[in-house]
Every structure is written in structure tokens, then in C-alpha cells.
Ligand binder design. Structure first.
Ligand SMILES: [Fe+2]
Length: 202
């Protein structure tokens, strides 16, 4: 349990957190969604393809919840998942997340880049993080700014799993305002707060 480091830094790198077989499953699912047109474009990353709480991704979010709880020392409610296939020249501007993202993980599912290295993620103050498939960054996206510089590569697939502290002030964000983890985004109730970044669902 690494609660102290996570609390101190507001982020923590967990190498090899996901089983690679599960990474492949989540990645294949995302490419299937892209090839089937079941993706959307959001305002934060308009060159790329995104999904909100795909049922397969949500299943993995729940399967890995307990492992994450043990790693950081908090009991969690899942809120939603988000996945993206980033396209060439995309930029992720410096931003903080909305409160349904109190505690989040991000992980690279696959990538095709010219140097065969995954695209770097930065967290404040200016920490460069490289996530290889299976690695996870757990971070407090509402508290610390995070960003990516221009993407030089063909594509990179990234998954985000968002949670709130079960005993914290955002516990009512459970399922991100939906009646269940598998429910559609159209059943989501708005928490008339903050829309952070550039889009309501991100
Ligand atoms: Fe974010």
C-alpha cells in the first residue's frame, strides 16, 4: 500500500498494474468501436476518437477496483470510463478534471509511434511520465494539472477509469450520475457544477 506517496504527490505510477491479456482485450474493443463508428469526437481532443463508459471497459474498471483500492488505501466508487484513440498532431492542453474524476487512472493500451515509445504524459509541476502497456498512472486529476504535447506518431490508444472516494465529499458522483455502471451516458444527470476542460463528459 502506497497511500503516503500518493497523498504526497497526488499521483503514483503503478508498473504492470493491468494483466497484458486484459490490456489486449480493452485495446481490441476500442479499435472495434472505432471501426464500427461507435465513437465520438470531443472538444478537448477534436482530432481523436473517444468513447464514454463502454460496457467492456466498465467491466474492467470494476474488476480492477479492489486492486487499486489496495494500492492507494482508499475505498472507491466507480464513476465512468473514457477511452481515446489519439490521432497525429493531437495536443492535450493543460487542464484539471471535473469532480467525478477525483481519483483516476490512465493507461496506454497500444501505440504506433515513430520512435516506438509511448507518447509522454506530463503532470504538474513538470513531471514526464511514460506509460507502457500494463502500466497505470493513478492521479488526482481535479487537483493537479496534466497535459500532453503535440503527438508525433500514427496513433495511441488510452483508457481512463475514474473513481471517487467512497467516504469523501464527491461520493454522490457514483456512476457519474447514472443509475448503474453499465447505463448509457444519456441517463446521466448533470451536477450543475464545473465543466472542466473543454467538454462536459471528459
Ligand atoms: Fe484530464
Amino acid at each position: 500500500m502506497s497511500k503516503n506517496i500518493f497523498d504526497e504527490q497526488n499521483y503514483l505510477l503503478l508498473k504492470g498494474f493491468f494483466n497484458l491479456k486484459d490490456v489486449t482485450r480493452m485495446s481490441k474493443r476500442m479499435h472495434h468501436l472505432r471501426n464500427s463508428g461507435m465513437v465520438f469526437i470531443d472538444e478537448q481532443c477534436p482530432k481523436s476518437y473517444s468513447t464514454y463508459s463502454d460496457p467492456i471497459h466498465s467491466e474492467y474498471q470494476e474488476l480492477y477496483r479492489e486492486k487499486l483500492e489496495q494500492a492507494i488505501g482508499y475505498e472507491l466508487y466507480p464513476t465512468y470510463t473514457y477511452a481515446r484513440i489519439y490521432s497525429p498532431k493531437e495536443i492535450l492542453e493543460k487542464h484539471k478534471d471535473r469532480s467525478s474524476c477525483e481519483i483516476s487512472i490512465t493507461s496506454t493500451l497500444d501505440y504506433n509511434t515513430f520512435d516506438d515509445e509511448p507518447w509522454d504524459l506530463y503532470v504538474e509541476p513538470n513531471i514526464k511520465i511514460k506509460l507502457y502497456p500494463g502500466d497505470v498512472l493513478v492521479y488526482r486529476g481535479c487537483k493537479i494539472e496534466h497535459w500532453r504535447e503535440k503527438f508525433i506518431g500514427v496513433f495511441q490508444t488510452q483508457i481512463f477509469m475514474h473513481y471517487v472516494n467512497k467516504n469523501g465529499k464527491y461520493h454522490d458522483r457514483k456512476y457519474d450520475g447514472r443509475p448503474s455502471l453499465g447505463a448509457s451516458m444519456w441517463l446521466r444527470k448533470d451536477f450543475d457544477e464545473e465543466v472542466c476542460g473543454n467538454g462536459a463528459l471528459i
